[in-house]
Design a protein around this ligand. Structure first.
Ligand SMILES: Nc1nc2c(c(=O)[nH]1)N[C@H]1C(S)=C(S)[C@@H](COP(=O)(O)O)O[C@H]1N2
Ligand SMILES: [Mo]
Length: 196
């Protein structure tokens, strides 16, 4: 009789390894942030630039949960993280970017940035998270607010978000100008610039 091998039930992008820990992965030093002075600046191809204080942000938007897997390009993956925060979709409905808008650039406290297309943010159900696995983020994981983009490598999930700029023109971020792929889809291993 044929010996049926059981198929693995976990779907993992190619060449990733599961970790049960939640590694902290930061280029450079941890930023110092005071929640009292914290603002989120939203600008670019929207009608009016906005600055939101922490409490404004928490009050203005619905809070949602997503469960997603985290894949670092250095090959560790952590499965099933519960993120809570504000869906980028809700932020987009609020700021109403102009019809020509195609790109969104996130900049952080510290010297880090990343770029995504508006379409990717919507179709991946990206979230601005303030908690992970039911606890407020630790500073190491991006407190008070980080981006989480499911189905993109971890470097797109920028921690310590400070500004969000909507744009007609792409503006590659920190890793995207240092050899990492502009799109970063782990399922097709978009790790590095295609010519590298
Ligand atoms: N501001 C900032 N965001 C960042 C990084 C960083 O160095 N600075 N590293 C990125 C990388 S490469 C990964 S894998 C994830 C790691 O998130 P974690 O430290 O919460 O595991 O954060 C991403 N966001
Ligand atoms: Mo990473």
């Amino acid at each position: 009789m044929a010996n049926k091998k059981s198929k693995p039930t976990i779907k993992l992008p190619p060449n990733q390894v599961i970790t049960d820990k939640f590694p902290e992965f930061t280029y450079g030093k941890l930023p110092k942030i005071s929640i009292k002075d914290w603002t989120l600046n939203i600008s670019g191809t929207i009608d009016k630039e906005i600055n939101l204080h922490w409490n404004d942000l928490l009050r203005k938007f619905k809070h949602n949960l997503i469960i997603s897997d985290f894949h670092c390009v250095t090959k560790w993956s952590k499965l099933n993280i519960v993120w809570e925060g504000i869906l980028i979709k809700d932020l987009i409905s609020f700021v109403k970017p102009n019809r020509t808008t195609k790109h969104v650039i996130f900049s952080c406290f510290g010297n880090y940035s990343t770029n995504l297309t508006l379409e990717t943010l919507i179709t991946t159900n990206a979230i601005l998270a303030h908690s992970a696995n039911k606890k407020p983020l630790t500073l190491e994981h991006g407190w008070p607010l980080r981006l989480v983009v499911p189905n993109r490598y971890g470097w797109k999930s920028a921690k310590w978000i400070r500004t969000i700029k909507f744009s007609d023109i792409d503006q590659p971020g920190f890793w995207e100008t240092n050899g990492y792929h502009n799109n970063g889809n782990p399922w097709t291993e978009e790790r590095f610039w295609p010519e590298l």
